[in-house]
Design a protein around this ligand. Structure first.
Ligand code: ACM
Length: 677
């Protein structure tokens, strides 16, 4: 009995100390285990790094980046700016060793062990990729007091929960040049993500040079495409960071760009096509009954596949409504002749043909979950994207795929283009409470964040991807029981600005947009509004896909705003707590925000108006007015019945969208009013 109590105490103590540790260290993803010692490794100019391991290219690159970021953050003039082999410096203060170079395949070992003592840091990994994951942890540990920067004494043992932790970037709807891709790869590596899924083709553009079918990039990209040399450059860049690159060629639907170049491959006889400028699901579809389609795809894939060394090749396969198939008599006859009763069966026929082509090229087929039809070979990987997340607890296509014998990855719940809170994504647990056999569990490879780019340009894409993707990276790397949302938000605040160290432009570009909006006048009033406004969510910003074309302006107020608006979060917390406790501290927080908002309209009015700003005037005015009213209430000053009526009508006004943003504090303003009754 005493032993049992002792064990329980130890477990409780361990849980307590782990949660305390989370208060101290701004690590993301949170490691599998971390223990403190009483040491402290001080950063000074004598710091040196050694590497022991064959083919140290990745680790050398990572150490150079580590040392630059370390000295940039600490201001320390480190004497030696590069790593050396252990044989040349047995006394190096940071010693890194690994056994082998990762092959960049799904089951690479990415584990590492880190030990920080007063005069020595040891980082041991099985592979070079494990070592570079550990270096990112080391850098996240950097902290300071008023006289020195140091690495706190800890021992960490870490390994990922899922082997596939990806980010998909759609470069078709809006093209994103290689510098955008590179900085996002750097950011991915900083939070230990390991798959870049490159959505290269869609209705709005074919973004890769083809030497054998040059009309694809010449006629279907507006000149915005990657040369094959650029593709190789990105694949190499990613490889150095331990990131696999999976290309996606979306077929047979989402094919308007392909058909713009080669209309004879389409399902509508005699049709010609133009690159799509709007967003949505469109009818142009490859003709699966036309042998020339398979010749085209085999030639194209044979040309393109060698640019991507990864085993996996994504063929899309989503959202084919088959309207052009239904309207084509010859296709209908083909279905009858081949005993294919539905369009799904016809698409499976097409997918199986593609699978054979890809097999010849030594590639495994990945497709969105529409490809999971009864005859689809189990060698395909199912990419789960549809269905409500609530459905996942009961199954969802991820679990269904694993149970049916497919390897599978999850994106449902990780659609960051829906502009929903990081909390929602963080709480998307891929497996939930579902009971799985060991084999079924092993088939769930992980997940991918999806950055569909209908509403993002190179100016804004970073602010849509980050920082939310860092929290999803944690969901996919860290143990299942790391779920404390408040703690995640606290760490994310720090990780957010550290992403700037690797070149992510999410914070700085906001002011670029606001200066453009105001014609370079004082932007502080717009900043205040942007801290309580968020872009319209779940695709309502672009109702029906026709409000914005691919070349519309994405330099509007909505583009400067972001999800999880910071003062809105602060206000919500203060109002929720104040409603429960009526404490002075929360009251003070509320008053300070209301004072900012109540004065803001005066500042807003000082900006010379232009057509981009004028639509915000009603929002700005009413926010100031309701804030003034609530200030009076919270300070127990007199308000009349008329004031109250005006307040209620102003609140109703504020519930409307303005210039594609919503004021996300409206409910909390109302809640505060109720709490003050
Ligand atoms: C998708 O979002 N259509 C895969």
């Amino acid at each position: 009995m005493n032993r049992l109590i002792a064990i329980l105490c130890l477990i409780a103590l361990n849980c307590f100390s782990q949660s305390n540790l989370k208060e101290t260290y701004n690590l993301m993803p949170w490691p599998k285990s971390i223990e403190e010692n009483n040491h402290r490794f001080v950063i000074d100019e004598n710091l040196t790094v050694s590497i022991e391991g064959d083919s140290p290219k990745r680790v050398q690159h990572a150490v150079t980046s580590f040392l630059r970021r370390l000295s940039n953050r600490s201001g320390v003039f480190i004497n030696e700016g590069f790593a050396m082999p252990l044989s040349e410096n047995q006394q190096a203060s940071i010693q890194i060793s690994f056994k082998e170079s990762a092959k960049l395949i799904v089951d690479d070992d990415e584990s590492y062990k880190l030990d920080i003592q007063s005069n020595k840091v040891t980082l041991v990994a099985h592979t070079d990729v494990g070592a570079i994951r550990g270096l990112e942890t080391l850098l996240q540990l950097l902290t300071n007091n008023d006289s020195e920067y140091y690495l706190p004494g800890v021992s960490i043992s870490d390994a990922p929960r899922f082997v596939w932790r990806g980010l998909m970037i759609d470069v078709s709807r809006h093209f994103h040049p290689i510098d955008v891709i590179k900085r996002n790869l750097d950011a991915m590596a900083s939070v230990k993500m390991n798959v870049f899924h490159w959505h290269l083709t869609d209705d709005q553009g074919f973004r890769i040079e083809s030497k054998i079918y040059p009309k694809l990039h010449e006629l279907a990209s507006d000149g915005l495409y990657y040369t094959q040399d650029q593709i190789k450059e990105i694949v190499e860049y990613a490889s150095i960071l331990g990131i696999r690159v999976i290309p996606e060629f979306d077929v047979p639907g989402h094919a308007t760009a392909i058909l713009t170049a080669y209309p004879e491959l389409g399902s509508k006889p005699g049709a010609t096509y133009k690159i799509e400028r709007y967003a949505g699901v469109f009818d142009p579809t490859l003709d699966p009954t036309n042998e020339d389609v398979y010749v085209f795809l085999e030639n194209l894939f044979t040309e393109i596949a060698p640019l991507f060394p990864d085993f996996y090749f994504h063929i899309g396969g989503d959202e084919n409504e088959g309207k052009h198939w239904d309207a084509n008599e010859q296709i209908q006859k083909f279905k009858k002749d081949h005993n294919l009763s539905t369009n799904h069966d016809l698409q499976t026929y097409f997918n199986i043909r593609l699978e054979k082509i890809l097999n010849k090229l030594d590639k495994k087929l990945v497709g969105w979950d529409e490809i999971m039809t009864p005859n689809m070979p189990k060698t395909a990987i199912i990419h789960s994207w549809r269905g409500e997340h609530e459905g996942l607890a009961k199954g969802g296509t991820l679990i269904e795929a694993a149970k049916k014998g497919y390897n599978t990855i999850l994106s449902n719940g990780f659609y960051i283009d829906r502009m929903e809170s990081v909390v929602k994504h963080y709480q998307t647990e891929p497996i939930g409470d579902v009971q799985l056999t060991e084999d079924e569990r092993s088939r769930i490879l992980g997940g991918e964040v999806t950055m569909w780019s209908e509403l993002v340009t190179p100016l804004t894409i970073d602010s849509r991807i980050w920082p939310r993707t860092a929290a999803i990276a944690e969901r996919l790397w860290s143990p299942k029981n790391i779920t404390d949302t408040d703690n995640m938000l606290k760490r994310l605040e720090v990780i957010n600005y550290r992403l700037e160290d690797v070149g992510i432009t999410h914070i700085r570009n906001k002011d670029v947009i606001l200066r453009n909006l105001s014609n370079n006048q004082d932007i502080s009033a717009l900043e205040v509004l942007s801290h309580v406004c968020e872009p319209l969510k779940i695709y309502s910003r672009n109702e029906g896909g026709t409000e914005y074309k691919t070349y519309s302006p994405f330099t509007l107020f909505a583009d400067a705003c972001n999800v999880d608006a910071k003062d809105a979060l602060k206000f919500k917390k203060a109002v929720t707590n104040y409603s429960k406790t009526h404490s002075e501290a929360h009251k003070t927080d509320i008053i300070s925000l209301l004072e900012i908002w109540s004065k803001n309209h005066e500042a807003f009015q000082k900006i010379d108006k232009n057509p981009k700003i004028t639509p915000l005037e009603t929002l700005s005015y009413n926010l100031s007015e309701v804030s003034k009213f609530l200030l009076k209430r919270i300070k127990n000053e007199r308000t009349s019945k008329k004031d109250m009526k005006t307040f209620k009508s102003q609140i109703e006004t504020l519930k409307q969208p303005f210039a594609d943003v919503e004021l996300v504090i409206v409910n909390d303003l109302e809640n505060l009013f109720e709490a003050l009754k």
